[in-house]
Ligand binder design. Structure first.
Ligand SMILES: NC(=O)c1ccc[n+]([C@@H]2O[C@H](COP(=O)([O-])OP(=O)(O)OC[C@H]3O[C@@H](n4cnc5c(N)ncnc54)[C@H](O)[C@@H]3O)[C@@H](O)[C@H]2O)c1
Length: 453
């Protein structure tokens, strides 16, 4: 009897549990059906909405937009909006886009705001010619000269320079840009000339070796001739490459160098050596007031992303998580100077009475392998590996400036630390990369419209 009543209780409990399970299953299935119905309609409408709203602006709708799309769905259902109304909405949207374009054009005509420029009286204000002023170093120099209040004339053939480097000065009354190749004579008036025009990175100067030699010889003769005619002081941008693959370390200005005159780098190295010879010949024979800066490796924002040099190569590889390629065994050394330090050095040299060549560079030396690791560690989350490749022909093994002359005569030393300078350069390259991705396949008009959003 007791056993029978226990059996009966078990049967009832089991039945009740099965009933509960069925009920639960039904509830879950129903809520899923509802969800998918809602989600599908959201996706459909979100797509429509995206098509109308975001096609041109390349941004994803935010969460609150989905909420409003949900509301819209209800409105659309209740108002029973048909295909004609949708088409009208689209037409209105494209009309708005047309109007936005027109606004962008009109805004482009409104005078822009320039960086702060000091006012100089006519006695202090100089007319300064910067050849190669649209390039990496030249554009930073132009910024400082403009902000000091001088009149600046940039001459550039845009071989490696870009208008974008100096476009923030376009239209300023103290600024002038001349599209000109310095291999041809130039007639302008100037009180000072910074002669920087020359490709500077191996892939650029090796692209057309004859042109590189012409720029550094004929171009330099033209600029020295101009300096003689107008009585201007001229600063020649020479290079540490005049030391070639040096046998003396670190390199003082008194070292005559170790250059292969027929190697792949000769067009640049020998071109710059002739430029120095020309400068001192004009100084001796024609009494031209010359300054010669032997510039060591320099880096910073506005350097070319694809110039094939160590800093740009490593940074571009690190921020894209690509393999960081070290040419040779990686034990060759370099010392890198941040661009603002270099510009300070050039200004100090131009202002000084010291007329012999001066090394301008940062004496902190690292192996290329160390550089690769420093850059990798400065890029958060970088997953690049470091690999070695074939050595480059005539690649100097050691490079470090002896800056005693600059310290003693110009009271100049570099101030920006490698970490600080690299961080600013990494930020610049990241911005350049995202800018390229963002504006890819856009017309200039699209870019203008987008940049207003
Ligand atoms: N950046 C460095 O690490 C470094 C090192 C040593 C020496 N330098 C010297 O400093 C100067 C500037 O170098 P950069 O790094 O700014 O190079 P860059 O290539 O960015 O700038 C050189 C500029 O000169 C212009 N140019 C070239 N040939 C010309 C011609 N025939 N006529 C008119 N313009 C011409 C280019 O278009 C470019 O705007 C160069 O003379 C270079 O030799 C630079």
């Amino acid at each position: 009897m007791i056993r029978q009543s226990l059996k009966f209780r078990n049967t009832i409990t089991c039945g009740f549990v099965v009933f509960l399970l069925i009920l639960l299953f039904l509830i879950i299935t129903r809520s899923n059906v509802d969800d998918s119905r809602v989600n599908k309609s959201h996706i459909r409408l979100a797509d429509d909405f995206e098509d109308i709203e975001y096609r041109r602006f390349d941004i994803k709708p935010k969460t609150d937009v989905y909420i409003s799309v949900g509301k819209m769905e209800k409105q659309v259902q209740s108002a029973n909006i048909d295909d004609t109304t949708k088409r009208e909405l689209k037409e209105a949207k494209s009309r708005i886009e047309e109007l936005e374009k027109k606004i962008a054009i009109l805004e482009g005509r409104v005078p822009q705001k320039y960086p702060d420029v000091k006012f100089l009286g006519y006695k202090e204000r100089k007319r300064i010619l910067v050849t190669g002023g649209a390039g990496f170093v030249g554009s930073h120099l132009v910024d400082i000269l403009m902000m000091q209040g001088h009149e600046v004339i940039v001459v550039d053939n845009f071989f490696t320079g870009r208008k974008r480097n100096v476009e923030h000065w376009f239209g300023h009354r103290n600024f002038e840009m001349i599209h000109h190749d310095i291999v041809n004579p130039l007639y302008v008036e100037a009180d000072e000339i910074y002669h920087l025009a020359s490709p500077a990175s191996p892939p650029h100067y090796m692209q057309n070796p004859v042109k590189t030699i012409k720029t550094n010889t004929l171009g330099t003769i033209n600029m020295l001739g101009l300096a003689r005619r107008v009585g201007a002081r001229i600063l020649i941008a020479s290079t540490s490459e005049v030391y070639g693959d040096p046998m003396v370390h670190p390199q003082p200005e008194s070292y005559w160098g170790h250059v292969n005159p027929i190697g792949p780098r000769a067009c640049y190295d020998e071109g710059k050596r002739v430029a120095e010879t020309l400068a001192y010949s004009y100084a001796k024979q024609e009494k031209v007031d010359v300054r010669v800066a032997r510039i060591f490796n320099t880096y910073g924002p506005r350097m070319h992303a694809s110039d094939g040099r160590v800093v740009s190569n490593f940074i571009m590889q690190a921020i894209q998580n690509l393999t960081i390629t070290v040419y040779g065994n990686g034990r060759q050394t370099r010392s890198f100077c941040y661009v603002s330090d270099l510009v300070d050095g050039l200004l100090a040299l131009m202002a000084s009475s010291y007329t012999l060549p001066v090394n301008i560079g940062n004496p902190v030396e690292h192996t290329i392998e160390e550089f690769a690791m420093i850059i990798k560690n400065l890029v958060p989350g970088c997953r690049s590996t470091v690999a070695t490749g074939a050595a480059v022909e005539d690649d100097p093994q050691r490079r470090r400036p002896d800056i005693a002359v600059a310290e003693a005569n110009l009271h100049w030393t570099p101030k920006v630390t490698l970490q600080e300078g690299l961080q600013r350069t990494i930020d610049y390259f990241k911005e350049e990369l995202s800018r390229t991705a963002f504006f890819n396949n856009q017309t200039y008009m699209d870019m203008k419209v987008k940049s207003h959003h």
